[in-house]
Design a binder for this molecule. Structure first.
Ligand code: GLN
Length: 274
């Protein structure tokens, strides 16, 4: 059952009506004395029925905002979270200082949110969005087109558990928000996540760290000397993730918190200790 407060329910209703009528929320409020047409009412009712079953608003709307960008989202991709701004931000900050036209690889890209946020802020960056899920890649591709970034952003099918294929060449930076939920936590997830979001994007092995181990140990094969690796991680995983990276030859440069003051992301460099 949904548990919105009246205020939240009002906001939800406005978002649904705006989407169903193809108007912005401002246009909707300005035209609030107008009657809605039957097809708009029908669309809105279908969306409300999905919401009533517990489906997340992002999937019902079919779009969500991340880092100031509107992105298409479907149940084939994880809904971009505000938490993920932390890893996007450290990656962007570093990428702005990289040499001209830095090459950046976003592994487990899902909707493409992190890579696209970087491409949006670092105007000469060449970004590769990679995911194992063909369905997710189709969504990422639509987002590349939506933001007219096809000249600088490409999409490839890559299994992040294996070394990236050699044809991709060398990158200045790898960024990833890999699946990091433990087997135990998978059973305790909120219904809105467990029943609707792709499990492939959530489950990170028994201790949640499988992808950090694989990506860290394979990263050197496709990183330029001195290249960077940035990860988002789950609550309380910071020390384990940093140890995995250090053991794989990385030097930790910075660990950062998210908006909720929880440690959430790390940037490390592939080079010997200074
Ligand atoms: N990179 C995407 C995101 O941050 C998807 C992450 C994932 O599928 N684990 O939302």
């Amino acid at each position: 059952m949904r548990t919105e407060t009246p205020r939240e329910a009002g906001m939800l209703a406005r978002q649904v009506l705006a989407q169903a009528s193809g108007k912005t929320q401002t246009e909707l409020i300005n035209g609030s004395e107008l009657y809605a047409q039957d097809d708009v009412i029908e669309k809105a009712e279908m969306m409300i029925a999905r919401l009533a079953k517990g489906e997340p608003l992002a999937y019902v709307l079919g779009e969500w905002e991340f880092y100031g960008m509107k992105l298409i989202v479907t149940p084939d991709v994880l809904i971009p979270r505000d938490d993920t701004c932390a890893v996007a931000e450290i990656a962007i900050r570093q990428a702005l200082f990289l040499e001209e036209t830095p090459r950046i690889l976003d592994l487990c890209t899902g909707s493409g949110c992190i890579g696209l946020a970087i491409a949006n802020r670092v105007k000469d960056a060449k970004v590769t969005l990679a995911d194992l899920s063909r369905e997710a890649l189709a969504v990422a591709k639509k987002n590349v087109q939506l933001h007219k970034m096809s000249a600088r952003v490409s999409c490839v099918c890559v299994d992040a558990m294996k070394a990236p294929p050699a044809f991709l060449g060398k990158f200045d930076m790898i960024v990833s928000n890999p699946p990091y939920i433990t087997t135990k936590e998978m059973g305790e997830l909120d219904i809105s996540v467990k029943d609707f979001e792709p499990h492939m994007a959530l489950w990170g092995g028994s201790d949640g760290l499988d992808f950090y181990r694989a990506i860290s140990s394979n990263a050197h094969t496709c990183l330029k000397p001195g290249g960077y690796l940035c990860f988002e991680f789950g609550m309380g995983q910071g020390d384990d993730v940093c140890n995995i990276m250090t053991e794989a030859g990385f030097t930790i440069r910075e660990r950062v918190k998210d908006f909720n003051d929880r440690e959430r992301a790390v940037i490390a460099q592939y080079c010997k200790e200074d």
